[in-house]
Design a binder for this molecule. Sequence first.
Ligand code: SAH
Ligand code: SF4
Length: 389
Amino acid sequence: MMPSGSEKPTSILDASEIAGARSLFGLNYQQLTALMAEFGAPVYRAKQLSEALYRQWEEDLGTVSTLPKALRETMQKSGFKVGLPRIIESFVSIDGTERYLIAGNDSQTVETVWMPDGDGGEAGDGSEAGTDLRRATICISSQIGCAVNCQFCLTAKLGIIRNLTAGEIAGQVVAVLKRHKVEIGKKRINLVFMGMGEPFLNYDEFMTAVRLLVEEVRIPQSRMTVSTSGIIPGILRFAQEPVRPKLAISLNAPNDKARTEIMPITKKWDLAHVIQAVRQVPLRPKEKVTFEYVLLGGLNDRQRDADEVGALLRRANLPLKVNLIVWNPGPGMPYSMSDPHTVHLFQYRLKFNNLPAYVRRPRGRDIFAACGQLKRTTELVQLGGIRFR
Ligand code: SAH
Ligand code: SF4
């Protein structure tokens, strides 16, 4: 991360050092241009370097053959490396989902999930349901751990360990794309910023990563969704962004009282103010805001909860849809999964209230890859995971 105030780096060489052992991955075109200038190389070298990093997914500066050997050597002598994050461990689910541990810039690991056929929640209109080999979804982490402390989420148990850098965030995507030899433009890739952490509490690095992914890696912004627990200052900044993912809000309860019990952050930013902030986001044609609702058995999955959610969201008067997520269990957590009949009734009741509602298919529960299960659970998976009702 960049230091503040008087410590601000004077050159891009300093900046990249701070971003982590002089990694090139994570620097945008302007920064690469400044870097090339510091090495006395012409501007077009920045374009070549950007292509090598974000389009060809090179891992070794030594093999970037578009750059002159002398320039590569000088850069290496100055301590520069590509710095594309490496996948160090992977778990494969019976449903095809893969969960990766990816090396961060330090000894920490980052979690990323590959869903070969999505979870039905991306388009939200059901049109993407079913197996389609031409599309996939990558679920990306924005922090290691999380400070928000939602009671039903396993990531919360870690607390906040640290923010990820823009390079570490965008790097998860490229590492996974490379692993699956994805050809951008041929295969439809959805990105969901719904892994570990609260993206809007690491706003600058998260948005820098988004811009890298849109402008350099060339994944359309319309294929990206960010989910927030309702960090109002972040939502208001997001509303000003010319390039941005679609927005999802973790609603999870029909009113402030019930939501405070499971998401204590509601005390700081209540639902009325969160919805008011969401209304500031200028939506693109046909764009909808997603409201996610984790169904906790017997707690927030009753018919009257659905009616209250219906009334709340109708008052919001926004183009929106609701994504229902059956709670994914974690060890020692005092919740249960809603049974399929209850889930159906809840969905039906929302529809009855004129709200489009979809049920997300659970992905990778057996390898702790599903929503809210990311917690570097190597040991648990090795022990055979946990039992489900
Ligand atoms: N921190 C952000 C994004 C990551 S969580 C946020 O909270 O929005 C992504 C989604 O998973 C959120 O909607 C969250 O409510 C949900 N979630 C968390 N724990 C879960 C669990 N155990 N089962 C199902 N969904 C969960
Ligand atoms: Fe953090 Fe999201 Fe988990 Fe809440 S649900 S603790 S905001 S990752």
